[in-house]
Design a binder for this molecule. Sequence first.
Ligand code: FEO
Length: 171
Amino acid sequence: MLSENMQAALNKQIRIEAESSQIYLAMASYAERKGLEGVSQFMYDASDEERQHLLKMFKYVNERGGFAKVSELSQPALEFGSIKEMFETLFKHEVFVSKSINELVHISLEEKDYATHNFLQWYVAEQIEEEAQARTILDKINLIGDDKGGLYLFDNDIKQLNVVSSVAPGV
Ligand code: FEO
């Protein structure tokens, strides 16, 4: 059985995962409107993946006798100054998500809730991959700079980059 405290913390994270999905959906729209088909597909996939993160945690809360809550969501940014700025925002957001997951792990240890601690390890590993992928993309974008041809090639390149583990196991 989840403690009230653990349940509230997990529900807060469920909201963050839902908002991540919205943020990336807005980024997909931005890239699509810029004519960057590869980047937009990457962001649509990233948005779907966040939905899987949400569902995995949502089902876990109910499975442990808790109450998985659907919350209101904040309006994400709809416009970005550039694709570079968009990916910088993405990277910062993933760093924020990692901190939030770490906080959950901390609470699970405080509560001696080892089942939740074990459950969260999947998210810990996922965040390492997501941050690494965002960093790789940013490195490439920084290499391109303002070169339009480079951006065109990058848009093709990113089609090969599958979003990290697009389906969360156990969903
Ligand atoms: Fe669900 Fe990208 O963190």
